[in-house]
Design a protein around this ligand. Structure first.
Ligand code: AMP
Length: 193
């Protein structure tokens, strides 16, 4: 079966991480969350972690070059052979262009880009719940708004970017986890049909 390379796009709190975990396990795909990878570096107090901690806590994006380098190293790993889900990458147009180029160079293509469409009110509610359960510094009320602004300004242009490329499928991201994962499955099943 052809490898599936899928991008999950959507605002912080749109449910990308939760849905990526579920789909990765069902389809035996690698779940590549750049946020999780960076948080692990911060927790390990590595050189990279120390470099990015403050930027992450403030709700800003780390540099495109740095994150593209991280992805380049990650997608070549053995667990990506069957394919992968990119969760939180790309987040800017230059990152999306770098990804296209990276794939071109090895003769690969993305299979799909799923855009999780959720209202800003729902996103804020989910981020509030996540802050209460996980205590992420960047989920604090003030940083939430900053993260949403960064999303609107720097990441949401990717919706048009991938629509123009004919890659975008919109998924209704409202409702509960099971409802949303059923919608995701439908899209992914259609890819292999
Ligand atoms: P996330 O868990 O995906 O919301 O990511 C948490 C934080 O990690 C973001 O607010 C950024 O500071 C950083 N980050 C994660 N992915 C990227 C990316 N693709 N580009 C730049 N910064 C990122």
């Amino acid at each position: 079966m052809a490898a599936k390379r899928i991008v999950f796009l959507g605002a912080p709190g749109a449910g990308k991480g939760t849905q990526a975990k579920i789909l990765a396990s069902v389809e035996s795909l690698a779940h590549i969350s750049t946020g999780d990878m960076l948080r692990a570096e911060v927790a390990a107090k590595s050189v990279l972690g120390l470099r990015v901690a403050e930027i992450m806590d403030s709700g800003q994006l780390v540099s495109d070059d740095l994150i593209v380098e991280i992805i380049k190293n990650r997608v070549g790993a053995a667990d990506c052979q069957n394919g992968y889900i990119l969760d939180g990458f790309p987040r800017t147009v230059p990152q999306a262009e770098a990804l296209n180029q990276m794939l071109d160079e090895v003769g690969q293509q993305l299979s799909a880009v799923l855009f999780f469409n959720v209202s800003e009110d729902d996103v804020l509610l989910r981020l509030k719940i996540r802050q209460e359960s996980e205590g992420r510094v960047d989920d604090s009320a003030e940083t939430q708004l900053k993260r949403l602004r960064v999303y609107r300004e720097q990441t949401s242009p990717l919706i048009e970017f991938y629509r123009r490329e004919g890659m975008l499928t919109e998924v209704d991201g409202s409702g509960d986890v099971l409802q949303i994962s059923a919608r995701v499955r439908k899209v992914v099943d259609a890819l292999s049909a």
